[in-house]
Design a protein around this ligand. Structure first.
Ligand code: SAM
Length: 354
């Protein structure tokens, strides 16, 4: 392993860019929505105030429908007068301004036409406790938990450590995934009320492959192309890596087996093939350039900030990201493919006694 400083997780590209370029993530969370609706109909609702927590909310576009659906099931159960607090949790650098603008102004806001709802934002990592003990009745996390707290070591040969040629790097990533997951669960165990439920959807791994190889390789290759064109140095390239990776079923189950998820039970866990809405649109339109552009914009929205954080101070990050986005769009347009990724969907319940 090389000795360059490893990278921390960075928030999504700001200025509402992620909100405008996250149709893939919106499609991903669809498979977990029925679990959230079912949980909203079944959780205990004893508290004076009902607490909903949205872990890894980003700029909020993809939280509107799930939170609205949960409220619409909870409201008839709790009556018109009880308050519902909705806490949107994300990293301190997240673009919370876009989230609150959306809440205020967008017709899709879960506030529209609903009373007694109190949204709040928490700019802290969900790998620690971020809400008071026993304050969450219903938790939700979509497309967020494959982001690690950090890359545990430098990844000089790829943009994602799980695809490094160095087995020691891959092992270190797996150890980080495990530690982060256990920390996440420990914190939720404290925050959730007895009987509360938490629904999570995030990137998984397939039986043979991670499933994300195609796009990860195409994105990384685009960064190498841009380095070849002289827009960044090889030294910068060795520092670049996104701290994200899918987990296997065994990795997800581990803390529930070995006691690190005390107070929580795994009620439901499935790995499903992720939808590819971009491919479906391409099948209709035959527009390969558009297919390339939507993938490139989504990859920039989600991974651009993590990658760009490793560039030299003073480097024109916008220009580099423009160049990488253009290369990736052209690469996909030249060889259109359907993505083959996997989503984990799961239900966790608090088994604490009141
Ligand atoms: C791909 S976005 C998902 C946003 C939204 N939930 C959705 O489904 O589209 C992942 C989000 O997780 C956030 N995130 C990553 N690590 C986090 C952490 N440790 N604590 C809180 N949020 C985190 C990122 O900042 C980002 O906003």
């Amino acid at each position: 392993m090389s000795s360059a400083a490893p990278s921390l997780a960075a928030a999504m590209q700001g200025g509402g860019y992620y909100n405008r370029n996250s149709a893939l993530q919106a499609a991903n969370l669809g498979s977990a929505l029925p679990l959230l609706v079912a949980a909203a109909g079944e959780v205990a609702t004893d508290g004076a105030i009902i607490g909903i927590a949205d872990y890894g909310a980003s700029q909020g576009r993809n939280s509107m429908a799930p939170v609205a659906a949960a409220i619409d099931v909870l409201r008839p159960r709790i009556g018109p007068d009880r308050a519902i607090n909705v806490s949107h949790i994300d990293l301190p650098s997240n673009d919370f301004t876009s989230l609150f603008s959306l809440l205020d102004e967008d017709p899709a806001s879960y506030l529209a036409g609903r009373e007694g709802i109190y949204p709040a934002a928490i700019g802290r990592s969900h790998f620690g406790q971020v809400l008071p003990a026993n304050s969450v009745d219903l938790g939700w996390s979509s497309n967020a938990l494959h982001w690690m707290s950090r890359n545990p070591c430098p990844v000089p040969d790829h943009g994602w450590g799980v695809f490094s040629g160095d087995a020691a790097v891959r092992d270190a990533i797996d150890a980080q995934l495990d530690a982060d997951w256990a920390n996440f669960l420990r914190a939720r165990s404290r925050e959730m009320r007895p009987g509360a439920r938490l629904i999570c959807q995030f990137m998984g791994r397939g039986p043979e492959t991670h499933g994300f190889e195609w796009m990860a390789n195409a994105f990384w290759q685009s960064w190498m192309d841009v380095a070849d064109a002289g827009l960044l140095t090889r030294e910068e390239l060795t520092r670049i890596a996104a701290p994200s990776a899918g987990r296997s079923v065994a990795q997800i189950e581990a803390p529930f087996r070995d006691g690190r998820a005390a107070g929580l039970a795994l009620v439901d866990l499935a790995v499903v093939r992720a939808p590819d809405p971009y491919w479906a649109a391409f099948q209709e339109s035959g527009d390969a350039a558009r297919l390339g552009q939507v993938w490139a914009d989504m990859m920039r929205a989600a991974n651009g900030p993590s990658f760009a954080a490793a560039l030299d101070p003073g480097r024109d990050r916008g220009a580099v990201l423009d160049a990488v986005t253009g290369r990736l769009a052209a690469r996909i347009a030249a060889d259109p493919q359907q993505s083959c990724s996997y989503n984990v969907i799961m239900v966790i319940e608090s088994t604490k006694t009141p």
